[in-house]
Design a binder for this molecule. Structure first.
Ligand code: FE2
Length: 295
């Protein structure tokens, strides 16, 4: 196995290994897991991309999420990110599916609005537009390490509120349905996720974050905006341009990502599996002290 760095201080390609190798071989898995902890984004090229292989690989990293209500693939372990309508044609730009893919173009980390946030996401490209449609990543770990010591300390002891409806309403007022809003109450998480393996902290924020606990709403919003801008500053990102056979896994604790636009008449179909964070991944350290006490 060869690890080839790709981005500015994070992201790497793993060569000489397949998803099936990692699914079936403990040594291959241990090497891939160590690379995941270190590089935060791992790219695999020229893979045989099938649902069963993707899921077997994904399970190696932890328990797969069951897709939430209101998403394509609900009730399964797969999220279907597509702009192809039931008639097989690409939907118009004002269609719900197109608006949802637009919402994915806001910087975010997956599942911070869920009761159990995500350790990892695994994305495979099934239909790729000719131009654009890439996925761009930043390291919120490197961003955290660029902050001054005072602010780092403050964030380690601060908590932010995340709400799915908040990110969706930036695109359209009712993009999160009443059903989704009822199923997904806002969640409160520490603003720094410390990786239990290497002890390195990362800013934990997303387009879903709307308030900081114990801060005036405007002040909290401003802090979130400043940190988001800081983490996503030009030059800090790795842009993945999808090719057939590509699979990417990323660490939702230490990165943010966004989809990039593509011509709206072109189809794009991606399949995502998502792995819930467990205690070993540091999830309990992310809960506010009151809810830890309540448990
Ligand atoms: Fe995402």
């Amino acid at each position: 196995m060869e690890i080839v760095p790709l981005g500015p201080g994070f992201a790497a390609e793993l060569r000489g290994v397949t998803l099936s190798d990692i699914a079936s071989d403990d040594t291959a898995h241990a090497t891939a897991r160590a690379a995941f902890e270190e590089h935060s984004v791992l790219v695999f090229r020229d893979q045989e991309v099938r649902d069963e292989i993707q899921l077997a690989f994904s399970r190696r990293f932890g328990p797969p999420e069951v897709t939430k209500i209101g998403s394509q693939g609900t009730g399964s372990n797969f999220v279907i990110l597509s702009t192809i309508g039931p008639d097989g044609k690409v939907v118009p730009p004002d269609h719900r599916l197109a608006l949802r893919s637009k919402a994915n173009q806001l910087w975010h980390t997956d599942s911070s609005f869920k009761r159990v946030p995500a350790l990892a996401s695994i994305l495979s490209a099934r239909i790729i537009p000719v131009d654009g449609g890439g996925t761009e990543f930043v390291s919120t770990r490197l961003a955290f390490e660029r902050l001054g010591a005072g602010l780092r300390k403050k964030l380690e002891n601060s908590f932010a509120w995340h709400d799915y409806a908040h990110s969706r309403k930036q695109i359209a007022p009712d993009l999160a349905s009443a059903e989704e809003r009822a199923a997904l109450p806002a969640q409160c998480w520490r603003m720094v996720w410390k990786n239990p393996v290497n002890g390195r902290g990362a800013i934990y924020l997303a387009s879903h974050a709307y308030a900081v606990e114990s801060m005036e709403p405007a002040e909290g919003k401003k802090l979130i905006e400043q940190l988001m801008a800081f983490a996503t500053a030009p030059g800090a990102s790795y842009l993945h341009q999808w090719r057939k056979g590509d699979v990417v896994i990323w660490d939702n604790r230490a990165t943010m990502h966004r989809g990039r636009p593509w011509p709206s008449h072109e189809a794009r179909l991606m399949i995502r599996t998502t792995i819930s964070a467990t205690e070993a991944d540091g999830v309990e350290t992310m809960r506010p002290p009151s809810s830890q006490a309540a448990k």
